[in-house]
Design a protein around this ligand. Structure first.
Ligand code: KIV
Length: 275
């Protein structure tokens, strides 16, 4: 059964936790779907983990469409949310609706995600009015890394926490169907979760959220440049992959791969006719 915005809302109402992971390619998306993950985010974190960029600022609409469509092709049950990249929605409401439409038409998204609170409510309302579900994103919003002065925990002061509560209520009022809460204190995320009718999806925001999301390379131990405090390695595939690459390298150099069972045959009488 396809996970939809209605499924997410029902899960919150029934107290059932929502699982989300990021994904950027067809093969991994198939595995996530088979594992029963409720939602996949094709995050602009692809800038970091797929393209090796220092942040998400340079990620383009074309990047999001290419990776997004690859994921969408694998997902029959899992909801696919595609991130709106930096500057694809901030300039004007009209551009925001056009670009959200492209992610649906060309990327085959089921919903889009954008970062920000009250400041982007006109965009959230217009995109939602166009029939496109919007997931909001509050707290640490990586596209604003330069304005925030780094990737730091948000909402620790009274003013910061109050602003987050107001933003959460505003994006709900504007029509968002869910909100990602990134890197905020667990007790604040819990409070926001209780105040909202829409589901909260936490990343570094504690267990009180209605659901959780992680970057899949982080939770599989595939990305070792930095590991945020909230990341748990559910497997250590980085080491396993490196060992496999080393074994291949050894066998190729020793001439033991490919073995006869990996090769194609030709009849000797065909060979004899060749000159
Ligand atoms: O781009 C991304 O992967 C995200 C998640 C960290 C929520 O926005």
């Amino acid at each position: 059964m396809k996970n939809t915005v209605a499924t997410f809302l029902k899960m919150k109402q029934q107290g059932e936790k929502i699982s989300m992971l990021t994904c950027y390619d067809y093969s991994t998306a198939k595995l996530e779907e088979e594992a029963g993950i409720n939602g996949i985010l094709v995050g602009d974190s692809l800038g970091n983990v797929m393209l090796g960029l220092p942040d998400t600022i340079s990620v383009t609409m074309e990047d999001m469409i290419t990776f997004g469509h690859a994921v969408a092709r694998a997902c029959h049950n899992t909801m696919v949310v595609i991130d709106m990249p930096f500057m694809s929605y901030q300039v004007s409401v009209e551009q925001a609706v056009m670009n959200a439409g492209r992610l649906m038409k060309e990327g085959r998204a089921n919903a889009v995600k954008l970062e920000g609170g009250a400041a982007v409510c006109p965009q959230i309302k217009a995109i939602t009015d166009a029939g496109i579900p919007v997931m909001a994103h509050l707290g640490l919003t990586p596209q604003s890394v330069n304005a925030l002065g780094g990737n730091r925990v948000q909402g620790k002061t009274e003013a910061g926490a109050q602003k987050l509560i107001e933003d959460a209520l505003a994006i709900q009022e504007a029509g968002a169907f869910a909100v990602v809460l990134e890197c905020i204190p667990a007790k604040l995320a819990d409070m926001i979760t209780k105040k909202l009718d829409i589901p909260t999806i936490g990343i570094g925001a504690g267990a009180g959220c209605d659901g959780q999301i992680l970057v899949y390379q982080d939770m599989l131990g595939l990305f070792s440049e930095y590991t945020p405090k909230f990341v748990k390695h559910f497997a250590e595939l980085g080491g396993a992959m490196k060992e496999a690459f080393q074994a291949y390298d050894r066998e190729v150099k020793a001439g033991s791969y490919p073995a006869p069972e990996h090769t194609f045959k030709i009849d000797d009488d065909v060979l004899e006719k060749l000159y």
